[in-house]
Structures are given as structure tokens and as C-alpha cells.
Design a protein around this ligand. Structure first.
Ligand SMILES: *Cc1c(COP(=O)(O)O)cnc(C)c1O
Length: 452
């Protein structure tokens, strides 16, 4: 009987994070200030601690993981790599399918991997409070979880539509001791401004980021924490891909293709970048970011300088973007709604070194249900994007008879997303393609400096 769970000992938790910048053929496009000139690391000092700023701009290949962070990782890492025997059998594919299960963390997703590190570096410099945003609640709950571990107060601006539709993520954050506000809120200038224009605004990640950044910038004891997009966040997530590589070694296999769902890019970067190191060294491996057709940032967005938030508080980052004022269609149930994408992921995609594809929501839920009914684990709707893409590739293999090795990151479980599953079962969900006019329109809202 061939192995189903491929496990590592706690002593094999990676000792270093892997920085993909060291293997990129070109240096990353620098973030720009409001005047259109590259910003220095100091520009970030109002809201981030020095340890994270160093990582944000580092080109070192390996960055040591502090002992205290590794000790907390021991609560759920190394995460298991599974061979999806039962899914393979159901598909009748000659392909071998593997997935890494990041849903084993206390918050149920990959996000605590960076939350621990971010809290650690903030604690080091005496920060007492962290402000952040959350969409569906995975990031907010991950930061809430580690806030308690480091004695840091956590304040979460939660996108209003999720705040109302996902009460149990809110309860999780409360259980771990965080404060949660529906965004746009009356707590900040940014929130008040948006509410004045649109009292019924459902909120967006971009708006919630504006609120959290404003709060962090205006208080000395408070910093900001972001759950995706930034270089240091992707860096922290590379424990996923590094462990996976060791686990593949144990079974003497190696993926032909790596799939990961992509919102802001940390899940993709975390799973795929350690394999990119091999690709940069000449190995053949295809790395595929999977996004929703209703928020098709990489596949249909503009590659340009844009703000990371809705109001324009952040530096400009060169990335694929649907425009910083993008408000995702309310009809979309599966997360991954950020208007932009990691600058690193964007640049690698622009240079043709990684791939991206968009999938529709009905097919995504169908794949999630098929996975749950074969492998048992109910996947987060975000993760189901990667499952959809992986199943489609496995079905292609069935046609061609190729026995490819396919790997996807199961970024989280879906236990708090059952309302979305119910909507799928009751036929309330439909496929929705983000309209081309909206994408064209966004081009006119890009900051002027982007055109320089
Ligand atoms: C946040 C999240 C994602 C998307 O991660 P990004 O790093 O923003 O691309 C995927 N899956 C789950 C379960 C998540 O919580």
C-alpha cells in the first residue's frame, strides 16, 4: 500500500525562509512614493517594525527563522502532505495528485505562518497594538490568534459584507481576544469619508486596508499587519513549499505542476516559490496561480503602478491590478477578492516564469464538493480554486494517458464557509465574469505616476 500521509518530524520545520528575489532574473520593481520616486525603507517605518522592513527589501536567499517563531510553528507544523488516492481513483486519472494541508493550523489556513512572524518582529520593538484588515476573516483570525501569544492587542477592520455574513469568524477573533469593526467604520477618517459618499458601502479589502493603515500611521504604539501581498509575507509562507519538497523526497517523487489559489499571492508564493528555486536552477516544473474569473487580477488586470488600498495611503506598487477602487461583485462567494497582487508574483508572471489561470465559481464549488466526498476534508472555497485547476489537469491526463505528478496547496479548511456551500447547493450561485468595461475603466483611475 503506498503512503497516504507523508509526515515530517518537528525537527524538520524549516530553519530559514526562502527569498525568491535571490533567484529572480531581474530585481523587483521598486515601490514608489506619491512623487513617483522610489521610496526608501524609512517610508515604511511608521507602520512596520525594522525586522520586517529589512525582509521587505532583502535580496538574501535565506533568512533565518527566529527560534521563538519555530517553537510556535511546532503547534501545527510541519503540515502533512497527502497523496489523494481516493480523488485519483474517482477521476480515473493516471496522474498522481498530492496536496499539502495547511488547514491544520489553529485558525484553519496557511495565514498563521506569517502572523506569528509579524507579531514576533513587532513585539521585539515594543509595539503594543496591531491594526489590520480582513475579508472573509481568515487573516483577522490568524492575527488574533498570535496577538494573544505575544501579548499584543489586535484590532481588525473586517469588510462589512463579510462581517455580516460570516459571524463565526468574528466570534473566533473575539475568542482569541481581538476587537473587530465592520469596515467602512466610523473609527477612521478613511471610513467616515467612504460612508459619507456611500452609507451602504459593502466595504472592500482596499477600504479596510485604508482604515487599518490610517490607524497604524497615526499612533506610535500601533503598527499595521498585512496578511498577503507584501514581500515579507510571501517570504514567511515559504515554509509550505520547503516542507513539501522534503516530503516529495521521502516518496521519491517531484511535481510536474504546482497549483495554488491566488488572492494577494502569499499562498501561491509560499507553496510555489521554493519550487521556483529549482526552476531557476534548470529543473522543469510549472507553477500555476489560480484566481476567480470574477476577480481576474493576473489574467485580465493591468500591469501598472497602483495603490495597495482604496484611498491611496500606501506606496505605489507595480502589480497586476483591477484598479484600487475595485469593489468585488457581491455575487462572488469564494474569497480571493483583492484588487491587486503581490509585486513579486506579478513580475514573475509578467516575465513568463509562472502561469496564471482563472476559474468560475460553480466549477470551483463542484471541485470542492468532489474533493470533500473523496478525500474527506471540506476545503475552503479559496483552496477549491486550486483543486478545480488540478482536477482539470488530471482529467487532461486521463485523455492523454500521461501520469503527471500534480501538487496543490490546500490552503485551508472550509468549516466556517458552510454558508457559501449552502448557497451553492441551493443554486443561488452563478458564474460571473468580471466585465471588460470595468477593467477598461479602471485604467483611467490608475495613479498618474503609473504612466510615467
Ligand atoms: C487568504 C487565503 C487564500 C489566499 O491567499 P493570498 O495569499 O491572499 O493569495 C487562500 N486560501 C485561504 C484558505 C485563505 O485564507
Amino acid at each position: 500500500m503506498s503512503q497516504t500521509k507523508i509526515l515530517l518530524d518537528e525537527s524538520e520545520i524549516p530553519t530559514h525562509w526562502y527569498n525568491v528575489v535571490a533567484d529572480m532574473p531581474n530585481p523587483p520593481a521598486p515601490p514608489l512614493g506619491p512623487d513617483g520616486n522610489p521610496i526608501g525603507p524609512d517610508a515604511l517605518a511608521a507602520i512596520f517594525p525594522p525586522g520586517l522592513i529589512e525582509q521587505e527589501v532583502s535580496a538574501e536567499r535565506w533568512i533565518e527563522i527566529p527560534e521563538e517563531v519555530r517553537e510556535i510553528y511546532q503547534l501545527w507544523r510541519p503540515s502533512p502532505l497527502y497523496r489523494a488516492h481516493r480523488l485519483e481513483a474517482a477521476l480515473g486519472t493516471p496522474a498522481k495528485i498530492y496536496y499539502k494541508h495547511e488547514g491544520v493550523s489553529p485558525a484553519g489556513s496557511h495565514k498563521p505562518n506569517t502572523a506569528v512572524a509579524q507579531a514576533y518582529y513587532n513585539k521585539q520593538v515594543g509595539i503594543k497594538r496591531l491594526a489590520t484588515e480582513t475579508g472573509a476573516g481568515q487573516w483577522g483570525s490568524s492575527l488574533a490568534l498570535v496577538g494573544k501569544m505575544f501579548g499584543i492587542e489586535v484590532r481588525v477592520y473586517m469588510v462589512k459584507v463579510s462581517y455580516e455574513q460570516k459571524p463565526f469568524r468574528r466570534s473566533m477573533m473575539h475568542t482569541w481576544g481581538a476587537e473587530v469593526f465592520a469596515s467602512p467604520s466610523e473609527q477612521t477618517e478613511s471610513g467616515r469619508k467612504i460612508l459619507a459618499e456611500d452609507p451602504d458601502s459593502p466595504g472592500s479589502l482596499g477600504i479596510a486596508i485604508s482604515e487599518a493603515v490610517e490607524e497604524a500611521a497615526s499612533r506610535k504604539d500601533t503598527n499595521y499587519a498585512l496578511g498577503s501581498v507584501l514581500n515579507h509575507v510571501l517570504l514567511h509562507q515559504t515554509v509550505i513549499g520547503q516542507e513539501a519538497k522534503k516530503q516529495f523526497e521521502i516518496v521519491g517523487d517531484y511535481p510536474d505542476m504546482v497549483f495554488a489559489s491566488c488572492g494577494g499571492g502569499s499562498n501561491f508564493g509560499g507553496a510555489a516559490f521554493p519550487f521556483f528555486a529549482d526552476k531557476a536552477a534548470g529543473k522543469e516544473v510549472r507553477l500555476v496561480a489560480v484566481e476567480p474569473a470574477s476577480c481576474p487580477t493576473l489574467t485580465r488586470g493591468h500591469y501598472a503602478y497602483d495603490f495597495g488600498d482604496a484611498v491611496g495611503h500606501t506606496p505605489l506598487m507595480k502589480m497586476y491590478t483591477l484598479g484600487h477602487d475595485f469593489v468585488p461583485p457581491g455575487i462572488h462567494a469564494g474569497g480571493l477578492r483583492y484588487h491587486g497582487d503581490s509585486a513579486l508574483v506579478s513580475q514573475l508572471y509578467n516575465e513568463g516564469l509562472i502561469e496564471a489561470m482563472a476559474v468560475h465559481q460553480l466549477g470551483t464549488f463542484e471541485a470542492g464538493v468532489q474533493f470533500a466526498q473523496t478525500e474527506g476534508i471540506i476545503p475552503a472555497p479559496e483552496s477549491s480554486h486550486a483543486i478545480r485547476a488540478c482536477i482539470d489537469e488530471a482529467l487532461k491526463c486521463k485523455e492523454t494517458g500521461e501520469a503527471k505528478t500534480l501538487f496543490f496547496n490546500l490552503s485551508g479548511h472550509g468549516h466556517f464557509d458552510m454558508a457559501s456551500y449552502d448557497k451553492y447547493f441551493s443554486g443561488e450561485l452563478v458564474d460571473y465574469e468580471y466585465p471588460a468595461e470595468a477593467i477598461d475603466k479602471a485604467l483611467h483611475h490608475l495613479p498618474k505616476v503609473a504612466m510615467a
